[in-house]
Every structure is written in C-alpha cells, then in structure tokens.
Design a protein around this ligand. Sequence first.
Ligand code: DGY
Length: 326
Amino acid sequence: MSQPKVLITKRIYPEAVALIRPHCEVDYVDSDAGLSPEELIQRARGCQAIVSQLTDKLPAAVLAQLDGVRVIANVAVGYDNIDVPAATARGILVTNTPDVLTETTADFAFALLMAAARRVVEGHAFVHSGKWGKWLIDLLVGQDIHHRTLGIFGMGRIGQAVARRGRGFSMNILYSDAAPLSPELEAELGARRVSREDLLRESDYVSLHVPLTPETRHFIGAAELALMKPSAILVNTARGPVVDEPALVEALRNKTIAAAGLDVFEEEPKVHPGLLELDNVTLAPHIASASVATRRRMSEMAVENALAVLLGRRPANLLNPEAFQP
Ligand code: DGY
C-alpha cells in the first residue's frame, strides 16, 4: 500500500521532518520563501496532510481546491490564516500548537513591556551613537513597572502567564475577557475583572492577548487609545490587526499614550512608516514565541498532529472536532 503524502509548506525544525518521514511521502519545501496560493494548491495535489505556517493564507477559496486533504496542521497557536468553518464544511481537520509557547510568549510580552517602560532600546542606541557624555539625573528616565497597574485583554493561557509575571513585579492586575476566571484563579493571580473601558482608563500597561477574529479587528482604535492614560504603554504580542495601526501612530505622535511595544503588525512584514519614525515605540519582528526550544517543539507538535490524522487517530490539538470522524 502506498504511503500517505504530506506537504510541508516552508522550513521547519529538522527534528520534526524526521518524525514524519518514516510514515509518509514528504514534499518538504525546505526554504523560507513560502508558497503562493497557486503554488500551494498545485503542490498539495495528491496530499492528505499539509503542515502550514501563519504566512500561508488558507481562505475558503483555497480550501475548496485542496481535494483529498484531510488535515491542515498549523505551526502556530493562532489560526486566523485559515478559514476554519470553511475547512469544517469540507471535512478538513485543522490543528494548532497551543500550550508549548505560552510561557515563552509571556516572557516576550513582558520583555517588550519592560523595554518600552525603561527605554532599553533608546539607551542601547544612545550608547552606540557615542553621544553619552556624562551621567545625568534625568538621562533616559522611564517609568516604574513595580506596583503599577497591568491591564490584560484576553485572559487565556498567555494572558494568565503575563499576569503571573506582573504579580512577580508586585503589579496590580486588571483583566477583561468575555469569560470570567474562577474565583480561585482570580485570587491566585490577584486579578480583578473590569469592563473594557475601566481597564483602558486605569491601566499603566495594557497587554493584548485576544485572538484575531472579525470582532477583535481594530479592537484598539482611536477611541480606546483616547481612554488610556497619557503615561500608559500598550503591548501587542497577539495579532497586528487587533490594533488600528494608523490610530496608534497618531496616539504615539501626539503623546495620547506614552509608548508601545509591538511584536505584530497589520500587514507583516510591512511596518507602518510612522512607527519607524518614532522613538517611543519598541518593535520586534513577530518573535514572541521564538525560543529555540519552543519553535522546535511547535514544529514537532504540528507534525505529530498531521501524523495522528494520517494514522486514523484524533490529533491532540484539534480546532474543529465536529469535522472528526473516528
Ligand atoms: C502563534 O503561534 O500564533 C504565534 O504568533 C507565532 O508563534
């Protein structure tokens, strides 16, 4: 009997590719270029599984041309690049890579928060510039983090991990989420659920951890930024379109808010030119989950999910269980 065929659309960790090779015929696109939708459709012909990345756009129109594909295993926890309801309608299973990146992503959200608050990148550039003459009482003064208020939008796994870090810095934790935490978890995290408006008004730091959905597109726009304190700092490690980028540029320019730390952008890898001109923003190229161990494990998890389906098992990280037929 011939082996099932899997398409891996872009370079992943080699350990993950080695996991699947004994069981499948593997079409491994061992490059960073990525496939166009047309190339992806063409290369997926005859494949039962696709290991995709967040740069692979898989809307309904593309899914409709993936005849025979039984599973799309995304190497990411976010899956806004895939039309999951359309996949479900076609009986295609979709999986992601949760949990493994929670702590790593929370570490980076906190790194951005701290870098923006304490002007780490400005300090680095200043030392490099050779302009550092002497110690001054107010040289690159920033804002305290300890005992300040951290507001978290989206209190899922990553939001909670960020709250734990805030607790470690004796911060006051507020959160806003459709689903309240249990009283026990609220007590453990020292977190208080408040309205969206109260969170924006009261927080010194606002960290975003909501998934990108039609409802959260431009979740933070001009109106929300106007509610924030002029000293507030916005951190986004969720998805770029959660923030209205032109509105954020205006708010940073006019000092409606003090600063921002951004790992994600509306049209990656393009960055709004206004953001590149400002010194009160710390920018990173979508690397919040980018530790070696985490990215390697994400690669392996995606491959394990794909393999499970090909071996007739239910994958561990199934996003559309209603499409699964045992
Ligand atoms: C994800 O997993 O969704 C991140 O954005 C990339 O790690």
